[in-house]
Ligand binder design. Structure first.
Ligand code: HEC
Length: 114
């Protein structure tokens, strides 16, 4: 029992225990209106300083969101950005997994043809 509990805590702390739901993620992304900066389909940002997100790997997206939430008080891991820091404050860990799972499904075009 104790072992199971510890295992569950460890797994949730590295983000494995939650089965991400892209549907829930979509609802969260629409509610927060992430597209107001990251653009239609989260693939056409309104400014070049705003990253394209569509199609990015969900693991990367999750860790990016988590890093904004942790903030740069944790210099090893956190990201210090006032805009994104305020966006993610209300999200739970599960929310961030769901959002990442959803964004990863969106068609994107990171690579610009040269
Ligand atoms: C007011 C504008 C704005 C809104 C709204 C916004 N973002 Fe952002 N987002 C930014 C900016 C600017 C950056 C780049 C910040 C930096 O330099 O670290 C960014 C970065 C990100 C990144 C990191 C991308 C990478 O490649 O590392 C993710 C993931 C992200 N946003 C997701 C979201 C999600 C999900 C939402 C909605 C909940 C959202 N954003 C809403 C402006 C915004």
């Amino acid at each position: 029992m104790k072992f199971a509990l510890i295992t569950a805590i460890l797994l949730s702390s590295i983000g494995v225990a939650h089965a991400a739901s892209a549907d829930k993620g979509q609802a969260l992304v629409e509610k927060a209106n992430c597209a107001s900066c990251h653009g239609a389909g989260l693939n056409t940002p309104i400014l070049p300083a705003y990253p394209k997100l569509a199609g990015q790997y969900s693991d990367y997206l999750y860790y990016a969101l988590k890093a904004y939430k942790v903030g740069n008080g944790n210099a090893q891991y956190g990201r210090n950005n006032a805009v994104m820091g305020s966006q993610v404050q209300t999200f739970t860990d599960a929310d961030m997994h769901d959002i990442a799972a959803y964004i990863a499904t969106l068609p994107g075009n990171f690579v610009v043809k040269k």
